[in-house]
Ligand binder design. Structure first.
Ligand SMILES: Nc1nc2c(c(=O)[nH]1)N[C@H]1C(S)=C(S)[C@@H](COP(=O)(O)OP(=O)(O)OC[C@H]3O[C@@H](n4cnc5c(=O)[nH]c(N)nc54)[C@H](O)[C@@H]3O)O[C@H]1N2
Ligand SMILES: Nc1nc2c(c(=O)[nH]1)N[C@H]1C(S)=C(S)[C@@H](COP(=O)(O)OP(=O)(O)OC[C@H]3O[C@@H](n4cnc5c(=O)[nH]c(N)nc54)[C@H](O)[C@@H]3O)O[C@H]1N2
Ligand code: SF4
Ligand SMILES: [Mo]
Length: 728
């Protein structure tokens, strides 16, 4: 029997509505859902590969256990859980709970329960060692918000903007939640057709930059310089919203003094952009009726990630781009609890320096969590507190952690490594146990996740109060032994004999306090279904889950709620001059990169490929047009080095070396090399034209790391390029 069913693609945070053709309980084709609001029927090629993900030869359908020779044999999931629980119990008995860590990656995005239950399970075990991929993504957003304060009513909708500034973010391809991810290409087209002016800061002329009124194509890593320059012009020309700033912010004079040296002439020369374009960008941004800023991974990886986000918040506040009393509340929540939005800040708060402290680099807990970039060191460093067991849930450390060689040494040093993954990844190969999970189409879910990303600072998520629910729409493959990610932690808690406290996660600091949804899962009681778990997590939603379930295409749940005025007597203010940020801006001014540039004249930049999601998708015939990640270079640079299209090149950083395959791309600023991450395999299995190269190999987790979030330099990475000659 052949029929169609509606569902949601949940591979990335866009959560595109899809129509799945199902035959005999199996998905055979996926198309966009034109009836769903917001998305205009859009899907990307990755959604069309969902059937291949579910039934292709690389899918794991049963757990595996590692043999002494490194190979893996199938094992029943119940037995795997028995053995893992016993080994964890022994490790905790001997070394204490802190010796057990969990790392949750992007593969948990589709599952409401996995992140919250993994965190709760670890807490109940007594270990604070919980790490997420978010700490090697844009952790600076949350610290910047803690330092600046948050506006309770949020921002006016993006689609009312007359100007928008994109800093190292390419939503047309990435659907980064830093911009509404619901068909961002169409979104931008509509904005531009309406007369809005886009300003893009990116060393590459990206798909987003093609629509830009002004594209600043600077030297990589100069984002704080450029943003300080924009603020300089806006203050100098008195283009800011003086009334808003006087009523709602503090620190203006200190900020003015800090950006004073960042004159247009200085910034233009240092970042190598036309001075007139910089001034025009400042004027367009400030004179717009509404405008906003989205920052991406480009600046986050290029050091000073928190400062870039902080200056973006200062720009937003200076121009008063926050929702005002009496305006319609654009994001009244749907699946999250309703709230009273006031035109006032949650003031700045101490968002870092929390317990536990890590043993390396003076890092500690903070609102962006513990630094995954430091976890390899926590595994390798002997002594009290050494991490000996690691559970990886929907992540791929061997492909994603900076410093692949160190990650490899660390994972091999563990007493126990368990990975929950759909395929035999490079990390799974090193794992003692690999747990095979159910996949998205086999499980129910709502749009809770993309709705909650709006709580991450300048991150946007949905621009409308949209919500949708999908049931499981296909059966798991016959003869499977699959469990859902959350059931793994349930099974361990059952065997270890403790309940799991769950806090569904959204917001940080003051926001998290206003309506957390908490419940306890007790494995002594009956095991809930995933739908029951979803119901528990949505218990205090503004719109009842049952109502959301009634529309298979999802729906925009309008609200006539208005932004309330400031509470009487309240005088909280947004902070324009947090001391650590003013100090860091002074340090930026004093930076001198010339010495390193003489030896390493190129800069390696991160990028996203349309068909590949981090390390995911490379095994799918319909996605992997090339099995490797090309090293894109400006054709003039290639000519100067005598390189032809497809030549192998040696890419050397102060820390490591990889071999890439050169490919010309005129859109790149000369002097840059742009490469996707998540490629290559484990050390010793290098195959530049086969699996590609792992750019993490070029990075050190200990170089130019942020003292609060721990994120090291992962972009704007100094490298040198030379033709690669095959030896012998
Ligand atoms: N050099 C370099 N390093 C980087 C980056 C970079 O640009 N350059 N980017 C950084 C960023 S932004 C991030 S977010 C991190 C990502 O870091 P990770 O999340 O650790 O890496 P991914 O490759 O996204 O791993 C996701 C894994 O989830 C698995 N998966 C897919 N679907 C499911 C599922 O349904 N269930 C389960 N359990 N697993 C599933 C996939 O097979 C894959 O192995 O990498 C960071 N590292
Ligand atoms: N198709 C696809 N979609 C994805 C992913 C994927 O791998 N593939 N990954 C997902 C993940 S985990 C994330 S975090 C998001 C990331 O989403 P984005 O942050 O939008 O990531 P990119 O598309 O790489 O855009 C980053 C841009 O920064 C530019 N850049 C590099 N260095 C600098 C710099 O120093 N300064 C400035 N201003 N720009 C710089 C790069 O040229 C690039 O265009 O995408 C998500 N979506
Ligand atoms: S953008 Fe692509 S991968 Fe992301 S949710 Fe939409 S269809 Fe899926
Ligand atoms: Mo990411």
């Amino acid at each position: 029997m052949r029929e169609t069913r509606t569902s949601l693609c949940r591979l990335c945070t866009a959560y595109c509505p899809i129509i799945v053709t199902v035959e005999e309980g199996r998905a055979v084709a996926v198309a966009g859902n034109p009836e769903a609001p917001l998305y205009g029927g859009y899907i990307c090629p990755k959604a069309r590969a969902l059937p291949e993900q579910h039934y292709g030869p690389s899918r794991l359908t049963r757990p595996l256990r590692r043999r002494a020779d490194g190979g893996h044999d199938p094992i029943a999931s119940g037995q795997a859980l028995d053995e893992i629980a016993a080994r964890l119990g022994a490790i905790v008995d001997h070394h204490g709970p802190r010796s057990v860590a969990v790392y949750v990656g992007m593969g948990s995005v589709p599952f409401i329960a996995s992140y919250a239950i993994a965190a709760g399970w670890l807490r109940a075990l007594g270990s604070p060692m919980f790490f997420t991929a978010g700490s090697i993504d844009k952790p600076g957003i949350l610290i910047a918000l803690a330092m600046h304060g948050m506006w309770q009513a949020g921002q006016p909708p993006v689609d009312t903007a007359d100007a928008w500034l994109f800093v190292g973010i390419n939503p047309v391809i990435s659907k980064s939640p830093g911009f509404p991810g619901q068909n961002p290409g169409l979104y931008l087209k509509r904005l531009v057709d309406r007369g809005a002016k886009l300003i893009v800061i990116d060393p590459r002329r990206t798909e987003t930059a093609k629509r830009a009124h002004i594209h600043l194509q600077p030297r990589p890593g100069e984002d704080p310089t450029l943003l300080a320059g924009l603020i300089h012009v806006i203050l100098e020309e008195k283009l800011f919203d003086q009334a808003f700033v006087t009523a709602n912010a503090q620190g203006l004079e200190a900020l003015r003094a800090a950006v004073a040296p960042f004159t247009p002439a200085y910034v233009a020369a240092r970042a190598d952009v036309p001075e007139a374009d910089l001034i025009e960008a400042a004027r367009v941004f400030a004179r717009a009726g509404h405008s906003g800023v989205s920052c991406g991974t480009g600046p986050s990886f290029a050091t000073h990630s928190t400062l870039t986000e902080y200056l973006a918040l200062c720009l937003t506040t200076l121009c008063g781009r926050w929702a005002r009393a009496g305006e319609r509340l654009t994001k009244p929540n749907v699946l999250l609890p309703g709230f009273e939005a006031r035109a006032q800040p949650w003031p700045a708060f101490q968002g870092w320096g929390f317990e536990p402290r890590l043993r390396v680099r003076g890092l500690g807990g903070c609102v962006s969590g513990l630094s995954a970039a430091a976890l390899a060191d926590e595994i390798l460093l002997p002594g009290e507190g050494k991490v000996r067991a690691l559970v990886v849930c929907g992540g791929n450390p061997m492909m994603a952690w900076p410093d692949q060689m160190k990650a490899h040494a660390a994972l091999n040093d563990l007493d126990l490594l368990v990975t929950i993954d759909t395929e035999m990844t490079a990390t799974a190969e090193l794992s003692d146990y690999v747990i095979a999970p159910k996949l998205t189409l086999e499980t129910p879910m709502t749009t809770y996740m993309p709705e909650s990303v709006k709580y991450y600072g300048t991150t946007r998520g949905f621009d409308q109060p949209y919500a949708a629910y999908t049931p499981a729409i296909v059966d798991p493959p016959s003869g499977h032994d699959l469990i859902e990610d959350w059931e793994f932690f349930w099974g361990l808690a059952e065997r270890l004999g403790f309940p799991i406290p769950v806090t569904t996660y959204f917001g940080n600091g003051p926001q998290a306090e206003h309506a957390p949804v908490t419940f306890t899962l007790d494995p002594k009681g009956p095991k809930p279904t995933t739908d029951q778990l979803i119901a528990m997590a949505h218990r205090s939603s503004r719109v009842p889950l049952e109502q959301v379930k009634q529309n298979p295409n999802g729906q925009i749940f309008e609200s006539d709620q208005r932004v309330a005025p400031r509470a009487p007597g309240n005088d909280d203010r947004l902070e324009l001059a947090a001391a650590p940020m003013i100090d860091e801006l002074a340090a930026v001014l004093a930076e001198d990169n010339r010495a390193i540039e003489a030896d390493y004249p190129f800069r390696l930049l991160p990028r996203r490929l349309n068909n590949i999601l981090n390390s995911f998708g490379r095994r799918y015939a319909q996605l992997a047009r090339k099995p490797y990640n090309p090293a894109f270079m400006n054709p003039e640079d290639m000519a100067a080095l005598g390189l032809a299209e497809g030549d192998a090149i040696r890419i050397t950083s102060p820390h490591g070396e990889i071999v890439g395959i050169a490919e010309g791309e005129a859109a790149l600023r000369p002097g840059t090399v742009s490469m996707a991450h998540g490629f290559g395999r484990n050390p010793g299995e290098e195959d530049p034209r086969g699996s590609g190269a792992n750019t993490g190999r070029l990075m050190s987790a200990e170089v130019d790391y942020d003292p609060i979030t721990g994120i090291p330099r992962m972009g704007a990475l100094p490298v040198r390029i030379a033709p690669f000659m095959v030896q012998g």
